[in-house]
Structure formats: structure tokens, C-alpha cells
Design a protein around this ligand. Structure first.
Ligand SMILES: *Cc1c(COP(=O)(O)O)cnc(C)c1O
Length: 369
């Protein structure tokens, strides 16, 4: 089996698996003569909200813009602090800062890599001095697994702050049978090509619970227009284009099967790794956007896998608060993000995508033993 090449992710395989449906969808848009915010986007928004089972969906340019639009739609901007985590795609924090709000980065629970609710409770009860009031919380459902979202939602309600779920890595994940993205005032999704639901280019969506908030977000994504050419709000341009919407419509009905395949591959890895397998939150459905293990000898393991043709990734190698654009000026919770730093030093993402062949799975599995 030497020569078996196993990339860490493989969006091209996702295209080839649905090639005829996707090609037909793209051709339909090209022929239609309408390329931005038209019938495909409206249909995708309706289908995506129905799939989630709650709220109003608004397509936008990417998952980063989705977070910024959700915050702005809820009235969050300068003069507000937004609590999130440092163990996330930098996009989460960049989006908060783009609104003019102040991010506050909390630590993670080391087993599940998601926001530590105890630290959230602490900062909501005793806000850090020198920061504007905390008005929103953005937990990230990381790697395909939900945060401790019921506890976080209860804290947000008790303190009267908005909850926005970053679902960029958790399309279809559940907590006690309830879909990630239905717990908060709004939830945000990325359709970056490697995500569980991926476009073939950039794309994103916000789902808002309140129809008035949804209407404001829909205006904000296009110059603040409420009527054509009339800006009632100071908006941006962040639209989902018709080709990507049509591709997403082709892929959405297959998302459940694709997630099931991810779960199947993860269970094969779990069996080989035993106690070294990632911890799953009890009562939750994990959709395995990434399969992340910890290895004290990470660099050696990564090299050994690479020599066998197996690609890996590190999500993420440097906590946001350590990155040059943020270090020394970003506010941290009282823990100083100690677990985040520990995790980033040893995590490794193994190959996982739905179209992996049995041979690729077996080769990876064998190399891990
Ligand atoms: C991918 C991702 C984003 C950003 O999405 P883009 O579409 O790349 O802008 C935000 N948050 C998390 C957790 C992500 O994984």
C-alpha cells in the first residue's frame, strides 16, 4: 500500500461524488442570466432554515462575515464586549473586532476544546475591569462537536446577553437531540469548501431567531438597503452568489449521509486509538469536522505519517491571543487561557472526509497502530 496518498481533507472528492448534480446546478445558473441574490439564494435560504428547523437564514459571503453580520444585526458594536474563545479559527475574533466590539477570550474545557462555561460564569458575574460591558457570547462548536451549549445558553439568559453560535465546524451536530445553531439568538455557518457542508468557493449564512433581526441582517449584507438603492443602515457587501447557492442546494440533501460517513470513519479510528481517541461529550452527536488527537511527540508523529503519504493538519497551532496581530493587546479571562496553550502544543488532525476509500482508511488506521 505504499504510495497510498491520504490528504487530511479533500473537497475535490466531494465535488466528484456529486458531479452530475453539481454540474447541472451550475449550468442552470449560468443559463439563467441572474448571478447574485436571486432565486437560488432565496431557495437555499429557505431549505437551509428548514434543515436546521428554526429561524430565518440569510446567505452571505463567508463564515467570518456571518459572525460580524449576526453581531451587527443584534446591535453589537463599539462599546460592547463579546466573549469568545482563543482556541478557534482566527476568523471568530477578527469578525468581532470588525464590528468595533471588544473581544474577550476565554479558555476551553480540555476534553472537548470548547468554551469553559465556568470561566464564562465568572466573567459574567465579575466583568473584567477596563472593558465595556459584555453584551454577547460567541461559543464555537469546534471540530464537529457542540460546546456545553445548554449551560452557556442559561448563563446568557440569566445575564441578559445575546448568544451567537459559531457553527462553522458543526453543520448537523446535536446536543440532547437539538441541532447546533438553534440554541442562540443567532447562529453562523461557513461553507468554505472543506466544511461539513462546503461550497466550491466562499459562502456563509446567518440564521436569526427574530424576524426583525433577520431583516436587518439581510439589509446589512447589501449596502444597508431596505429598498433598492435606499440605504437605511450603514451596510457592507457580503452576498452569497447564485452559483454557490445552487451548489449548496445540490449538496444539502446529502449532508446527513456525509456526516454519517464521517462518524463511521471516526469510529474506526476510535477503535484503534482506544484511550487516545478524542473525548465525546455525553448526550451529543459529533459530526467530526476534524478528527483531533493529542500527541506529546506531535512533530515526530506528523513526520512518520507524512512519510507514509498521510496528510495531517494542526487546528490551530497558535492560539489567537499569541498571534502577532493580537498578542499583548487582546483581553483574556482570568485563567489566561492555560488549557488553550496546552492544547495547541499537542493537537493533530488526522485525515477525515466522507469520500475516503476503504484502502485509505485502512492505510491510515494501520499506520496509527
Ligand atoms: C471556517 C471558520 C470560520 C470562518 O469561515 P470563513 O468562511 O472561512 O470566513 C469561522 N469560525 C470557525 C470556527 C471556522 O472554522
Amino acid at each position: 500500500m505504499s504510495g497510498t496518498i491520504v490528504p487530511q481533507a479533500n473537497p475535490g472528492a466531494g465535488y466528484r461524488a456529486l458531479k452530475s448534480e453539481i454540474d447541472a446546478a451550475v449550468a442552470r445558473v449560468l443559463e439563467s442570466g441572474w448571478y447574485i441574490l436571486g432565486a437560488e439564494t432565496r431557495a437555499f435560504e429557505a431549505e437551509f432554515a428548514a434543515w436546521l428547523g428554526a429561524g430565518t437564514a440569510i446567505g452571505c459571503g463567508n463564515g467570518t462575515d456571518a459572525i460580524a453580520l449576526a453581531l451587527r444585526g443584534l446591535g453589537i458594536g463599539p462599546g460592547s464586549t463579546v466573549a469568545t474563545v482563543s482556541h478557534t479559527a482566527v476568523a471568530t475574533v477578527a469578525a468581532i473586532e470588525s464590528t468595533g466590539a471588544t473581544p474577550l477570550l476565554l479558555d476551553i474545557e480540555p476534553d472537548h476544546y470548547t468554551m469553559d462555561p465556568a470561566e464564562l460564569a465568572a466573567v459574567l458575574a465579575n466583568p473584567p475591569p477596563g472593558l465595556p460591558p459584555i453584551r454577547a457570547v460567541v461559543p464555537v462548536h469546534l471540530y464537529g462537536q457542540v460546546a456545553d451549549i445548554e449551560v452557556i445558553a442559561a448563563l446568557c439568559r440569566r445575564h441578559g446577553v445575546f448568544l451567537i453560535e459559531d457553527c462553522a465546524q458543526a453543520h448537523g451536530a446535536k446536543r440532547n437531540g437539538q441541532m447546533a445553531g438553534t440554541f442562540g439568538d443567532a447562529s453562523t455557518f461557513s461553507f468554505y469548501p472543506t466544511k461539513n457542508l462546503g461550497a466550491l468557493g466562499d459562502g456563509g449564512a446567518v440564521v436569526a431567531r427574530d424576524p426583525d433581526v433577520a431583516a436587518r441582517i439581510a439589509a446589512l449584507r447589501q449596502y444597508g438597503w431596505t429598498k433598492h438603492y435606499i440605504s437605511d443602515l450603514i451596510g457592507v457587501n457580503s452576498r452569497l452568489d447564485e452559483i454557490q447557492a445552487a451548489i449548496l442546494r445540490a449538496k444539502l440533501p446529502h449532508l446527513h449521509t456525509a456526516n454519517a460517513r464521517r462518524q463511521n470513519i471516526a469510529s474506526i479510528y476510535n477503535e484503534v486509538l482506544g484511550a487516545r481517541a478524542p473525548k465525546r461529550r455525553k448526550g451529543s452527536e459529533h459530526v467530526w469536522h476534524l478528527y483531533v488527537i493529542r500527541a506529546d511527540d506531535r512533530d515526530a508523529l506528523q513526520t512518520r505519517l507524512r512519510e507514509k503519504g498521510i496528510g495531517t493538519g494542526i487546528h490551530y497551532p497558535m492560539p489567537v491571543h499569541r498571534q502577532p496581530a493580537y498578542e499583548g493587546r487582546i483581553a483574556l479571562g482570568p485563567s489566561g487561557c492555560a488549557e488553550t496553550e496546552r492544547a495547541s502544543a499537542s493537537i493533530l488532525s488526522l485525515p477525515l472526509w466522507p469520500e475516503m476509500t476503504d484502502e485509505q482508511i485502512a492505510h491510515t488506521r494501520f499506520t496509527l497502530i
